[in-house]
Design a protein around this ligand. Structure first.
Ligand code: GLN
Length: 427
């Protein structure tokens, strides 16, 4: 895609001039607003069910108080920081300081943006594994950083179901990507869109390099409560010597089916949290107050209610509905060990080239057209995966469509009945 420009008497920043920064983002193109009303949305990852009743109730109660309708401290409301401490202390093996080591943000996304603002100098390089969650790219470049891509390799000649664990990093490629300008590395585990949960051994390789080259590690662990099959979720911050250089990212949206609340958090040493707080304070000042109270109530009770254990079991059932369907279709797909996404190989889906595609998907990867065609003809939307690759590597991603299973079982059953009709379009 060529750089986008618009005639205007006043030039917009060159930081937005390259690549796809001004192109419509994938979430807008495949938004339910653009698709037929009866199309089942397995595209953008949000739930079609509400947060748990006891969490919603806490939101209502918060709205009923005066204080929770007003500004919070830029660090986040103390009740939420204390609740985060309660959940994370045992997992990070630390006695977290709620004043210095925890920062509540307006969604995980804003938290990550603030870390980039706080740490990147113009031209600093940020390593990300490809495919990568698309927001990283803009968040890095808008802050003057330069993304550097290291591939996650899918298994060669995959057929049928294969585990997300089979997507591998090559330590030599990672080492070769590090230069004197490398400042940070983003480690997203469980991974969006692959569903990979990085193993301890893989994280140790990354940690060793981070220490050797003095890199900051952004551990995007927003799907940390969604890990299946007894797989171990390892927090890179807990590996020897890593606490001092790691910021761990969490999300109330993923944890409590509340993606629109925009409540997230960062956990790390004061040396990372303090500059990030300075950035976040000037970007949003503080996050929305009543929903911080509700997120706090959620985290306070998860242990007693065994909430995350129960929720994971529900997601495993949801995952199985879609994987059973993909088994029937006989197409290669990734069985995710974590998160709520499945990558389906759509290279055998055939569609007419002169199909009535909207302008927004023309000139993009083949997967943009395939996903549009599937949404209209089959009635199930998904997300084209080339969006999670840089422009130069988009052809690797256009083999896949990403389906989200953060939906109730009836919807997923309905969707899988429809998806079985894909058979007629396979070559
Ligand atoms: N994290 C969600 C997904 O991957 C949505 C992200 C977004 O809309 N920016 O589907």
């Amino acid at each position: 895609m060529a750089a986008v420009d618009y005639p205007s008497p006043v030039k917009f920043s060159s930081r937005l001039r390259d690549g796809r920064a001004l192109a419509e983002d994938v979430w807008s193109i495949y938004n339910v607003a653009n698709l037929p009303a009866d199309c089942i949305n397995l595209g953008q990852g949000y739930m079609n069910f509400a947060p748990p009743e006891w969490v919603r109730k806490a939101a209502e109660e918060a709205l009923g108080t005066v204080a929770a309708n007003h500004y919070s401290h830029p660090k986040g409301r103390i009740r939420l920081r204390q609740a985060i401490k309660k959940v994370y202390d045992p997992q990070l093996h630390r006695d977290l300081n709620v004043e210095k080591e925890i920062l509540v943000t307006s969604g995980a996304n804003e938290g990550q943006y603030s870390v980039f603002t706080a740490f990147l100098e113009q031209g600093d390089e940020v390593i990300m594994f490809e495919p990568f969650f698309d927001q990283y790219l803009a968040s890095v470049t808008f802050n003057g950083g330069v993304p550097v891509y290291v591939p996650l390799h899918p298994p060669a000649n995959a057929s049928g179901k294969f585990s997300s664990d089979e997507w591998k990093i090559n330590p030599e490629e990672l080492t070769a990507a590090i230069t004197p300008r490398t400042k940070m590395i983003i480690v997203n585990t469980p991974h969006n869109p692959v569903g990979k949960v990085f193993t301890r051994a893989e994280l140790e390789v990354i940690a060793t390099l981070a220490k050797e080259h003095n890199l900051l590690v952004m551990a995007d662990e927003v799907y940390d409560t969604l890990v299946f099959d007894g797989k171990e979720h390892v927090r890179i911050a807990t590996l020897p010597g890593m606490w001092d250089r790691t910021v761990t990212v969490g999300s109330a949206g993923k944890s409590f089916a509340a993606t629109g609340w925009r409540v997230g958090w960062l956990i790390g040493p004061e040396s990372i949290i303090r500059p990030t707080l300075a950035a976040s304070t000037r970007i949003v000042f503080c996050s929305n107050s009543p929903l911080q109270e509700a997120a706090a109530a959620g985290l306070e009770q998860v242990h007693e209610r065994k909430f995350f254990q129960k929720q994971t079991a529900e997601y495993a059932e949801r995952r199985k509905i879609l994987t059973d369907c993909f088994d029937t279709l006989g197409l290669p797909y990734t069985n995710p060990e974590g998160s709520y996404f499945i990558l389906l190989d759509i290279s055998r889906v055939k569609f007419p080239n002169d199909y009535a595609f909207p302008q927004s998907v023309l000139g993009r990867g083949r997967d943009f057209k395939a996903c549009w065609f599937i949404a209209i003809e089959i009635g199930v939307s998904s997300i084209p995966v080339s969006e999670f690759y840089c422009l130069e590597h988009a052809n690797i991603g256009e083999v896949y469509a990403r389906f989200s299973f953060c939906k109730d079982v009836d919807t997923l059953r309905h969707a899988s009945e429809r998806l079985k009709n894909l058979k007629q379009y396979l070559v």
